[in-house]
Write a protein that binds this ligand. Structure first.
Ligand SMILES: [Cu+2]
Length: 295
């Protein structure tokens, strides 16, 4: 065999090895991505808690739209847009609702709910919205609702210094903001929403959780800890606290308290499915192997 053909085969083999390495890298990356869902606090929700959560959010946006009218018309428009979307969502939340009459019946029934687990789910739902709106307000490109991002906290040194060295790369996530307090507010409408939703959260806690029969059966410190942590969360948001602090408070203090105090269940079945998806990615990689053999 002429030597240049052998040389060519070597080059081809190298090409395949590098392709394989890239595929393997992409695969492991996607595994990590899939696994990240396992560590998220996604609580199994119910129809009533979903409806109540939308109701609170709608009222918050309507109130903010009115509060800013006419003094700050831009903010008022942002909140009106949010309100319009939420009104649409809540009307179509239930397939059985086809007219105004159906809706008001559904509405009265949901608002009459006295189930404390349902209200604890509403709190969890609204807390997610607080985190999302706070991140949007500061333009933090890190999902604060995803608990697996807490691992970033252990790498503060390396993350904040590596950012400085590659500042020109616009796609780079700004980790410095993630760890800092008093970040500039880029989206004031989202900031107003975050602040107003924390007040809603505390309100739901006061009226539906604090003195519920479920709460009275709990060791007293679970409820009082929850109360103090919610107050602390309000302070953090109002005083422009570090996103990391806010995130830790929600995932490491408040969520566990809701779980022990009101029996919230995390979505285990869903997590199982996510692992399955990871396996499916593996099949994709195998197809790639097939292609390599064929050539
Ligand atoms: Cu959590």
């Amino acid at each position: 065999m002429p030597s240049f053909i052998i040389e060519l085969k070597k080059v081809n083999r190298l090409k395949y090895i590098s392709m394989f390495t890239i595929a393997l890298f992409l695969f492991s990356f996607s595994m990590v991505y899939q696994l990240s869902y396992v560590f998220a606090h996604s609580f199994s929700t119910d129809d009533v808690s979903y409806f109540l959560g939308l109701d609170k959010r709608t009222k918050v946006e309507l109130e903010l739209a009115e509060k800013n009218y006419p003094s700050n018309i831009t903010l008022s428009m942002d909140h009106s847009d949010n309100a319009a979307r939420l009104v649409y969502d809540i009307y179509y939340a239930d397939d059985d609702v086809v007219d105004d009459n159906d809706f008001i019946k559904r509405y009265d029934k949901a608002l009459g709910s006295s189930n404390s687990t349902t209200h604890a789910l509403v709190v969890a739902d609204l807390l997610d919205e607080v985190l999302r709106n706070y991140a949007d307000a500061l333009v933090i490109d890190i999902d604060l609702t995803n608990m697996s991002n807490l691992v970033l906290l252990d790498n503060k040194e390396s993350l904040t210094t590596s950012y400085v060295t590659s500042e020109d790369d616009s796609s780079n996530v700004n980790y410095t903001k993630f760890f800092s307090k008093n970040n500039p507010i880029f989206n004031p409408a989202d900031y107003e929403t975050a602040k107003a939703l924390v007040i809603e959260v505390r309100d739901v806690f006061e009226n539906h959780l604090k003195s519920s029969s479920t709460a009275t059966n709990q060791p007293i410190d679970v409820i009082s800890t929850l109360e103090k942590d919610l107050e602390k969360l309000e302070d953090e948001i109002n005083n422009n606290g570090a996103p990391t602090e806010v995130m830790e408070l929600v995932h490491l203090q408040i969520h566990p308290s809701l779980q022990t105090g009101f029996g919230l269940q995390t979505k285990m079945a869903m997590d199982g499915q996510m692992d399955m998806d990871g396996q499916m990615d593996m099949d994709g990689q195998m197809d790639m192997d097939g292609q390599m053999d064929m050539e």
